[in-house]
Design a protein. Structure first.
Length: 146
């Protein structure tokens, strides 16, 4: 076996378990976040969590496979380590970007949902003044000086 093939084997032995570990960690710890995003609907949160894991595997293992091929022949142990560190580093960066995008999208959904709930309470039909303007939200505490 030459150094290039050894690099391929080492790359797969590092990146595939790394991808599986990241996916399982995100799935396990993201469940609570998804339940909050979907307002306590555990069944929906679980289904979305599973779909995200499948998509995560497809995207990242596809990237690992496409990125397997090196730019040239690997010569010696030093070349193997340099090529391996470059490839694993790029895969780790891609995993991080995908994770960041997932969190960003669900945070935006959560903010939107909470904003919609606030707007619904403020703009409710019973919260209208005679001239049709929304009533300003009242503070939950008495005004100073009263």
């Amino acid at each position: 076996m030459d150094w290039t093939v050894a690099t391929y084997v080492a790359y797969l032995l590092v990146t595939v378990p790394l991808t599986v570990w990241v996916a399982s960690t995100l799935s396990r710890h993201g469940r609570v976040f998804l339940e909050d995003v979907f307002t306590g609907d555990e069944a929906l949160a679980h289904a979305v969590n599973r779909l995200l894991v499948v998509g995560f595997y497809l995207l990242n293992l596809g990237f690992v496979s496409v990125y397997l091929r090196s730019g040239g022949d690997v010569v010696g142990l030093r070349g193997l380590l340099e090529q391996l560190s470059l490839k694993v580093g790029v895969v780790a960066l891609v995993l991080g970007v995908v994770h960041f995008l997932n969190v960003w999208v669900f945070s935006a959904m959560r903010r939107r949902q909470r904003g919609d709930a606030w707007r619904a309470a403020v703009w409710a039909p019973g919260a209208q003044q005679a001239w049709g303007q929304p009533v300003a939200p009242q503070p939950p505490y008495p005004a100073p000086g009263r």
